[in-house]
Design a protein around this ligand. Structure first.
Ligand SMILES: Nc1ncnc2c1ncn2[C@@H]1O[C@H](COP(=O)(O)OP(=O)(O)O)[C@@H](O)[C@H]1O
Ligand SMILES: [Mg+2]
Length: 285
């Protein structure tokens, strides 16, 4: 039987290896700050802007992106980890053609999620379709999963609200990424702001503390206003950018999507499938 690495090499060599793929890991310190909502709406907008997007709901055991989208996810990542399905069999179609892989909701199985199985997910990911962008929506805080996905991603997007508790937890995450040298730069979205100056103030606090105490580059990706239509769209199980395209939150997310694609880092950090495959092989052996 072929070993994993040679199987991967084989698959990668059959694909259009010049195709570029960019992986974003969306994280937060505190829970409930809006990661999933931002991930979904960013995915939809980026897809509308011409990118082929995969949304990976990696909040293992607590996944809810499919619920926010109002779509059934009969087969989830846990079934892949158990060996019942291949990763490509559990991809579901989301709005605007965004593909979705859902993490699963069986908390009890989580105890068995070891690093080896997680590696399998990442290995299979690079063999999937020709995505331009993969957005990984993580659970809150630092877990084994979010750390692996985050280390592996090209870019990390840290979501926080302006609340002091959320800012403190965001700082703790930045500190961990910096101290363990997992990432040298991070992009920040301040969500649920009541006005722009509140958002800027929150961002500046993070920036200044990071500059003073941490060895990590911080960049602001944007602000999303606290908008009643976000809650409404979640109740209606539709992405806010589709259900309420003219709402403030939708306009903010569109601006952030433009910034993501217009970013000078967008093409810099990108890997093609061959590089990504090699990186996984180097990383995991
Ligand atoms: N910009 C926003 N304006 C208003 N409410 C928001 C906004 N972003 C998120 N929310 C609310 O916060 C809740 C948590 O969002 P969610 O995306 O599930 O957070 P997380 O994935 O970080 O746990 C949502 O149910 C929604 O009602
Ligand atoms: Mg979430």
């Amino acid at each position: 039987m072929m070993d994993q690495a040679s199987r991967l090499r084989d698959i990668v060599s059959q694909k259009k290896t010049t195709h570029s793929i960019k992986i974003y890991s969306v994280i937060s310190g505190k829970g409930g700050v809006g990661k999933t909502n931002i991930s979904i709406n960013l995915a939809v907008r980026l897809q509308q802007m011409g990118k082929k997007v995969l949304l990976l709901d990696a909040d293992m055991g607590m996944s809810n992106a499919n619920i926010m989208l109002g779509i059934d996810a009969p087969r989830d990542l846990l079934t892949v980890l158990k060996g019942e399905n291949a990763l490509e069999d559990i991809v579901i179609k989301g709005p605007e053609g965004v593909d979705l892989i859902t993490g699963g909701s069986n908390l009890f199985f989580m105890e068995n999620l070891d690093t080896k199985r997680q590696r399998e997910i990442l290995k299979s990911l690079s063999c999937l379709g020709d995505y331009d962008i993969v957005i990984i929506d993580n659970g809150a805080g630092i877990s084994k999963q979010s750390l692996t996905f985050t280390t592996f991603a090209h870019e990390v997007i840290l979501v926080t609200t302006p609340e002091p508790t959320a800012l403190m937890d965001a700082y703790r995450i930045m500190k961990a990424l910096s101290i363990y040298e997992l990432k040298s730069s991070i992009k920040i979205i301040i969500n649920q702001v009541y006005n722009l100056s509140q958002g800027k103030e929150a961002y500046n606090k993070l920036l200044q503390t990071a500059n003073q105490f941490l060895n990590i580059d911080v960049e602001c990706l944007g602000y999303v206003f606290n908008d009643i239509r976000v809650g409404k769209s979640i109740m209606e199980q539709k992405p806010v950018v589709l259900r309420y395209p003219n709402s403030l939150a939708s306009i903010n997310i569109t601006e952030i999507s433009r910034k993501v694609l217009g970013d000078s880092d967008y093409n810099k950090g990108i890997s093609n499938l061959r590089q990504l495959g090699n990186k996984i092989i180097r990383f995991f052996g």
